[in-house]
Design a protein around this ligand. Structure first.
Ligand code: BGC
Length: 508
């Protein structure tokens, strides 16, 4: 795939970046994307262990008691426990805070330093979790995992977007989401296996195994090169050139390197990225950095990811069938992500956002209607096995839609739109907002299910409608545009162009 990215120059002429997609860049991106494994394993593991009786017995005995007592009574409310949700969501609070520190590390010391730090925090956290004797240890371990994902999610998407040649940036960046979905699936398979172990220690294996992806990322971060953009940003031009030549497979990388140097010169004049991001010309970027991750979470995806086994129990599956159903939706999640990888650089981001939005909306309304009809508001009804299977199928249709739209695009689009000077800060906002909303959903879902009942699914459907309109009117297409040339996209947009200063073509 020769030719490189097409970059229109200020006077409108096409400018070529040289080089092709090398094996080196692909291997590098695959290793870096393993940061997503950590994120995914974590998402998947907590829902499973919190549905294991031995785990509940040891740390949350009151939840187990309530669950047993609730049998045959109100299905909507049987898992409503503040303590249990605090366990699940503590990770996101830690991630939210640490990602701001990560942005400074990523900018000053490079993308790989943040990945290394994230991997190490994660290793320690999973060890503590594996040997937890009480709730305090459990939560401390989980907070460390949060620090790990705070760093990893800040650095890895940037790393991938900067390493990739423009024409393949979408697919390579999505390696992160692919790894995330694999992590979730592996976690649910592990849970399925460990839940069957006699002796009550199965959950320990589940949480401790998080150390495996952490190790992959830590070792990966040691051996990987840093991105040329980051090397330029830190004044290491000769190294940057050598890396660029290696990853693009050609000696002649001057045009691309020149763009990076120019971006970095401009970036040096900005002393405070956090102030710069608030300037009027960065308004579109700021709005995207907040809206895209918020919307990604408001799809309601993590209701399924965290609570799938609980949800499946609610609709009447037994323990083992519930964990199995989580495996099925996890598999759909992985497979559907490949659709996005295969199409995003060809058909663009906007069409995927749109199709995924419509498909999610339809399936959410259908799930709401079925659960509303059969459980009623008292939550005492029962679903026939056929109906329960239909709900499972609809949930899979919903998960597939998320997996080729908001899942990967929710990380890709923000990571490619910022000019270099605010890129690290912008990405920290993305991670922070994402985790904040993940926390809110994790914290409120069980309570909301208890109060809103089937209406909860309609609420998520309404959010999906709003975000789809947002995409139609306000999200520009970024397919194939070199990352340091992105300013042109905003300049041409019907709405955002009024925020772009006339006098400069590149905001970087
Ligand atoms: C989201 C996660 C979600 C996962 C599901 C990611 O893009 O950020 O919150 O659990 O996708 O695959």
């Amino acid at each position: 795939m020769a030719g490189g990215g097409l970059a229109p120059t200020p006077d409108g002429e096409a400018k070529h970046y040289n080089g092709h997609v090398t094996v080196f860049v692909i291997v590098t991106c695959v290793i870096a994307a393993s940061g997503g494994l950590i994120f995914g394993y974590d998402i998947g593991v907590s829902g499973g262990v919190t549905s294991m009786d031995e785990f509940l017995q040891k740390f949350f005995p009151s939840v187990l008691r309530d669950e047993k007592n609730a049998a045959g009574t109100n299905q909507w409310c049987q898992f409503d426990s503040a303590l249990l949700t605090a366990f699940t969501s503590s990770l996101y609070i830690a991630g939210l805070i640490s990602t701001y520190f990560a942005s400074t590390v990523t900018r000053a010391f490079g993308r790989k330093t943040s990945m290394l730090f994230g991997g190490a925090a994660f290793l320690v956290g999973s060890a503590i979790n594996g040997i937890s004797m009480n709730v305090a240890m459990l939560i401390i371990g989980r907070l460390l995992l949060g620090v790990g994902v705070g760093f990893a999610n800040q650095a890895v998407p940037l790393y991938l977007s900067e390493m990739a040649p423009a024409q393949l940036r979408g697919a390579l960046n999505m390696g992160f989401q692919m790894a995330t979905t694999i992590g979730i699936l592996v976690a649910s398979l592990v849970n399925y296996g460990t839940a069957k172990l006699k002796g009550g220690y199965g959950w320990r294996i589940s949480v401790a195994l998080a150390a495996v992806p952490a190790l992959v990322m830590t070792v990966g971060a040691i051996v990987l090169p840093d991105t040329p953009n980051s090397l330029v940003e830190r004044g290491l031009r000769a190294e940057a050139k050598a890396t660029l030549q290696k990853i693009r497979g050609t000696e002649d990388v001057d045009v691309e390197l020149h763009d990076m140097i120019e971006a970095s010169e401009a970036s040096k004049q900005v002393r405070h990225p956090w102030q710069s991001i608030l300037r009027r010309e960065h308004r579109p970027h700021l709005i995207m950095a907040i809206a895209i991750p918020a919307f990604q979470q408001l799809t309601g995806i993590n209701v399924i990811m965290f609570y799938a086994p609980v949800l499946f129990k609610t609709i009447g599956f037994g323990n083992s069938a519930s964990l199995m159903s989580a495996v099925i939706s996890g598999l759909v999640n992985v497979l559907a992500t490949t659709v996005s990888i295969g199409t995003v650089d060809k058909f663009g981001r906007r069409i995927l956002f749109f199709e995924g939005g419509v498909q999610m909306l339809v399936s959410q309304v259908a799930v709401g209607a079925i659960l509303g009809t059969f459980f009623g508001s008292a939550g005492t009804g029962k679903l026939s096995p056929a109906m329960a299977n239909l709900v499972l199928a609809l949930i899979c249709i919903y998960v597939a839609a998320f997996a080729w739209s908001w899942g990967p695009l929710g990380w890709l689009v923000p990571s490619e739109i910022f000019p270099m000077d605010i890129r690290s800060a912008g990405q920290a906002i993305v991670v922070g907002v994402n985790f904040f909303f993940t926390f809110i959903i994790a914290q409120l879902f069980l309570m909301a299910l208890c109060h809103l009942k089937a209406g909860l699914f309609y609420l998520f459907a309404a959010f999906v409608l709003v975000m789809t309109l947002f995409v139609i009117f306000l999200v520009p297409e970024t397919k194939g545009v070199p990352i340091e040339e992105m300013a042109l996209v905003w300049k041409k947009h019907w709405f955002w162009k009024k925020y772009m200063p006339e006098d400069h073509v590149r905001t970087a």
